[in-house]
Design a protein around this ligand. Structure first.
Ligand SMILES: Cc1ncc(COP(=O)(O)O)c(C=O)c1O
Length: 442
C-alpha cells in the first residue's frame, strides 16, 4: 500500500501523524516516529514508487547501527566508494589562490557562465577528447555527474523509454522513477515495469547481449562500470553505437571512472566513430581527482545529436542548465583547471596508481580466499561472487565478523544478488588490514 493510501485511511488533515513501521519507503529506521501536521499537499506519486532509501545512505545507516551495537569496533570502510587520498598540492594551491582572490577587488568573481569557464571547457576538450572532434562549447561543466544525471532526466521527461545495465549505479533507475519513466515496481522481480534491465554478468562478459534487448529511447551505459568494474571493449562500444544508430536511440554514457582504465579500452564513447550522432557523455572529477567533496563534473552533448523532429538536444540541455543550475563553483573550476595542467595531471595519475595497487591487493586477497573475483583491473571496484548466497546476508556477515563495510550487490539491481562490491578507495594500511581480517574470520 502506498503511503498516501495509508494516510487517506488513517490520517485526517492536520492530525498528528505517528509513523507506521513498514509503510514508508525512506531511509529512516523502522522505529522512527514522525510527528507533525498533515498539509493538504499530496506527495509526488513518483516518489512513492521509489523502492527504498537511496543505496549509499542505507549503507551508512547499517554502519551506524553496527557502531551503536559495537562502540569499540574499528571499522574499515570499503563500502560507499568515497576517495581518501589527499588532493595534490598543485591543485589545492590553485583553489587557495582563487579563494584569496575573492577577498580582493581585482580577484573577486561572482556568477560565471552557467556552462562553465571557457578555459576549463577547452582544457577538458583537449585532455579527454583530443582527436574525437568534441568542441569546448559542447562541454557543460557541472557540480558533479550525479546532478547531471538528474538534469538529463529533467531534459528527457517522463515519456521516454529507458534501458539500464543490471547491475548499475542506482542513480539512473532512481532518477527515472522520480521523473515518472519507470512504471510500477514489480515486487517479485524487484524490477520496474517500464524499465528494460540489461543483464551484465560473467556469462556475457559484463556487457549486455544486444540481440536480446528491445529498442528503447535511452540506453544508460557506464564504463568502467560501477559496480562490476568492467570496462567495455572497443568492439562492445562499437556494437552499442551501431545498435543506437539502428534504433534511433540515445546512449547516456557515464565515464566517471575512465581514468582507471589500464588495458587500452576506450575512455570515452566519442572514441567510437558515429557516437556524436547518438550519445551524451557524463563524467566527473570526483574519482579522477578526489573531488567528491569539492564537486565538479561535466556533460558532453554533441551538436550533431538531434531529436526525432530535428531539434538539437544541445539547445535544450543548455536551457535546462541555465534554468536549473547557475554554474559550478569558481573555486572548484580553478581546481579543475589545475588538475588538467601537466603537473596536476601527473600528480593525479600517481594517486590513481595508488588506488589501483589497492585494487590488486583486494583482488589477490579475495581470490586467495577462494572467491571468484571480477573487476579491479580497469576500475577501483572489486565484484566478488558468493554463489547461492544473499548479498545482504554476506554484507551483514562480513560487517559483523570483520567490521568491514562493503556494499551488497543487490543494491545495484536484481542481477547483483550473490555479489558484494568492495571499494579500493581506502588507505593502504586499511586495505591490508581488511585482507588480514578476512583471512582470520571468513
Ligand atoms: C558511475 C557513477 N557515476 C556518477 C557518480 C557521481 O559522481 P559525482 O560525484 O560527480 O556526482 C558516481 C559516484 O560514485 C558513480 O559511481
Amino acid at each position: 500500500m502506498y503511503y498516501s493510501q495509508f494516510l487517506s485511511r488513517v490520517c485526517m488533515p492536520h492530525a498528528v501523524l505517528l509513523q507506521p513501521k513498514e509503510s514508508w519507503n525512506s531511509s529512516k529506521s523502522n522505529d522512527e516516529i514522525i510527528v507533525g501536521h498533515c498539509t493538504k499537499v499530496p506527495r509526488n506519486s513518483n516518489l512513492e514508487k521509489l523502492r527504498s532509501g537511496y543505496l549509499f545512505p542505507e549503507i551508512s545507516r547499517h554502519e551506524s547501527e553496527h557502531l551503536q551495537k559495537n562502540p569499540d569496533a574499528s571499522l574499515i570502510r570499503l563500502g560507499i566508494g568515497d576517495t581518501t587520498q589527499p588532493i595534490p598540492d598543485t591543485i589545492t594551491l590553485a583553489m587557495a589562490e582563487q579563494v584569496r582572490g575573492l577577498s580582493t577587488i581585482q580577484g573577486y568573481r561572482g556568477y560565471g557562465a552557467e556552462q562553465g569557464n571557457m578555459a576549463l571547457r577547452k582544457a577538458i576538450a583537449g585532455k579527454f577528447y583530443q582527436d574525437m572532434g568534441i568542441k569546448a562549447n559542447e562541454i557543460f561543466v557541472s557540480d558533479g555527474a550525479q546532478c547531471d544525471i538528474s538534469r538529463l532526466q529533467m531534459l528527457l521527461g517522463s515519456n521516454v523509454t529507458v534501458a539500464v545495465q543490471d547491475p548499475s549505479f542506482p542513480a539512473y533507475i532512481d532518477s527515472s522513477v522520480v521523473v515518472g519513466q519507470a512504471g510500477e515496481l514489480e515486487e517479485e522481480t524487484g524490477k520496474y515495469g517500464n524499465i528494460i534491465y540489461m543483464n551484465c554478468g560473467p556469462e556475457n562478459d559484463f556487457f549486455p547481449d544486444l540481440s536480446t534487448i528491445p529498442r528503447t529511447d535511452i540506453i544508460f551505459l557506464c564504463s568502467p562500470n560501477n559496480p562490476t568494474g568492467h570496462a567495455a571493449s572497443w568492439q562492445q562500444l562499437k556494437q552499442l553505437v551501431e545498435f543506437a544508430e539502428a534504433n534511433g536511440s540515445i546512449i547516456v554514457h557515464d565515464s566517471a571512472y575512465a581514468a582507471y582504465i589500464r588495458d587500452g579500452s576506450p575512455r570515452s564513447i566519442f572514441a567510437i566513430p558515429g557516437a556524436k550522432e547518438v550519445a551524451i557523455e557524463i563524467s566527473s572529477f570526483s574519482k579522477f581527482a578526489g573531488f567528491t567533496g569539492v564537486r565538479l563534473g561535466w556533460t558532453v552533448v554533441p551538436e550533431e545529436l538531434l531529436y526525432s523532429n530535428g531539434f538539437p538536444v544541445i539547445k535544450d540541455f543548455n536551457r535546462i542548465v541555465c534554468t536549473c543550475f547557475n554554474g559550478a563553483s569558481n573555486i572548484a573550476q580553478a581546481g579543475g583547471l589545475a588538475c588538467l595542467s601537466t603537473d596536476g595531471y601527473h600528480d593525479l595519475c600517481k594517486v590513481i596508481d595508488y588506488y589501483m595497487e589497492n585494487a590488486k591487493i583486494l583482488v589477490d586477497g579475495f581470490t586467495s580466499l577462494g572467491w571468484k573475483v571480477y573487476g579491479g583491473k580497469n576500475a577501483p571496484y572489486i565484484w566478488v561472487h558468493f554463489p547461492g548466497m544473499s548479498s545482504w546476508n554476506v554484507f551483514a556477515e562480513i560487517l559483523k565478523k570483520t567490521n568491514i563495510v562493503t556494499v551488497p550487490g543487490r543494491g545495484f539491481g536484481p542481477a547483483g544478488e550473490e555479489y558484494i562490491r568492495v571499494s579500493a578507495f581506502g588507505q593502504r594500511q586499511n586495505i591490508l588490514e581488511a585482507i588480514r581480517r578476512l583471512n582470520s574470520f571468513l
